[in-house]
Design a protein around this ligand. Structure first.
Ligand SMILES: [Zn+2]
Length: 128
């Protein structure tokens, strides 16, 4: 929501969850040839992130489940890229808890990526 409201406020126009694109990107910016996936750090297995710690119980189950999600994510990024889109992955830790970035900084980073036309990129939260 921080991202949606903030980008809209800065004049970026997007579509939400386009079903015709692999992985249903959270935000799609046709004008910039760009899509954004917002990934929850636990479910999508953000390695090295304080928001991603495997539960002690049923460890094998979680490793398998999150591992499959990570594979699907990688496949979706590759597929969308092959279709000619640029892909930005924004981890949830940029917006949550102690790792959250100042919202204006996050918006600056995303806006700069959209405008500069660069290749695929990732934005993570501040890790101590
Ligand atoms: Zn994270």
């Amino acid at each position: 929501m921080v991202l949606r409201r903030g980008l809209h406020g800065r004049g970026f126009r997007y579509a939400l969850h386009r079903r015709d694109l692999p992985g249903k990107p959270d935000l799609v910016f046709p004008r910039y040839g760009a899509v954004i996936f917002v990934n929850g750090c636990f479910w999508h297995g953000h390695v090295g992130c304080p928001h991603f710690t495997l539960p002690k119980v049923n460890r094998e189950f979680w490793i398998g489940k999150i591992g499959r999600t990570r594979e699907r994510d990688a496949e979706a990024v590759a597929a969308v890229t092959r279709m000619g889109w640029r892909v930005l992955t924004v981890w949830e830790c940029t917006m949550r808890g102690k790792t959250a970035l100042v919202p204006a900084l996050l918006l600056d980073l995303v806006a700069a990526w959209l405008r500069d036309g660069g290749g695929n990129s990732v934005i993570s939260g501040a890790v101590a």
